[in-house]
Design a protein around this ligand. Structure first.
Ligand code: GDP
Ligand code: MG
Length: 193
């Protein structure tokens, strides 16, 4: 049976749902944990499909979080390049979402805590800043690092982010969907929207 919290699964702009609710977009590279985070936020295991194989998601999925807020799962690639010179068809769909979607209020950019922040991600955040879209930078899978490595990486990342964006609007979270770490804090911020 279809979960009523799933509003729409769409593959092109014409089918973006004509809702008035505010939207938070979840994006990040394939496999960074978008679907897992959505399931954790919704307290379920199977609303969004998770996969250990990268790149499975090729649709934009809209989920109803509350009466006035939706969460939108964007596929794991293609948000890259702020110039948005994305050649493939799917890139164009994403571009339309980011450029035209009035309902979009916030972006959650997920980054696997074990990785570096990539140039694409930096460009993307710069672009969001320019568009005055507030971003939550969410480092995921923190359970994958031991305590010591995590402490070091966290300091490193915070330092890096502070030096990249001194006076812009962002919030940083360190989460594990698997171990439910940092989730309540994130939910509180979501509910403020
Ligand atoms: N250990 C651990 N694994 C995670 C976590 N979040 C996601 N994963 C795993 O990472 C893989 C990709 O997750 P998924 O949510 O499908 O990523 P997506 O491609 O961004 O939607 C899956 O095998 C998940 O089980 C986490 O917090 N901790
Ligand atoms: Mg996914």
């Amino acid at each position: 049976m279809k979960d009523s919290r799933l509003i729409a699964i769409v593959g092109n702009e014409a089918n973006f749902p004509k809702t008035n609710t505010k939207e938070i977009a979840i994006c990040g590279r394939s496999n960074c944990g978008k679907s897992s985070l959505i399931n954790t936020l919704f307290n379920t295991k199977k609303l969004a499909h998770t996969s250990s194989k990268p790149g499975k998601t090729i649709t934009i999925n809209f989920f109803k979080y509350s009466d006035n807020l939706s969460i939108v799962d964007l596929p794991g690639y293609g948000y890259a390049k702020v110039s948005f010179k994305i050649k493939d068809e799917w890139g164009k769909v994403l571009e339309k979402y980011f450029n035209n979607r009035k309902q979009l209020k916030k972006v959650m950019l997920l980054i696997d805590v074990r990785r570096e922040i990539t140039v694409d991600e930096i460009n993307f955040i710069d672009w969001l800043n320019k568009e005055r879209i507030e971003v939550f930078i969410i480092f995921t899978k923190i359970d994958k690092l031991n305590k010591n490595d995590f402490s070091k990486k966290k300091l490193y990342l915070i330092d890096k982010i502070n030096s990249l964006w001194q006076d812009t609007n962002y919030k940083t979270f360190f989460t594990s969907s698997m171990k439910k770490i940092g989730i309540e804090e994130l939910k509180k911020e979501i509910e403020k929207i």
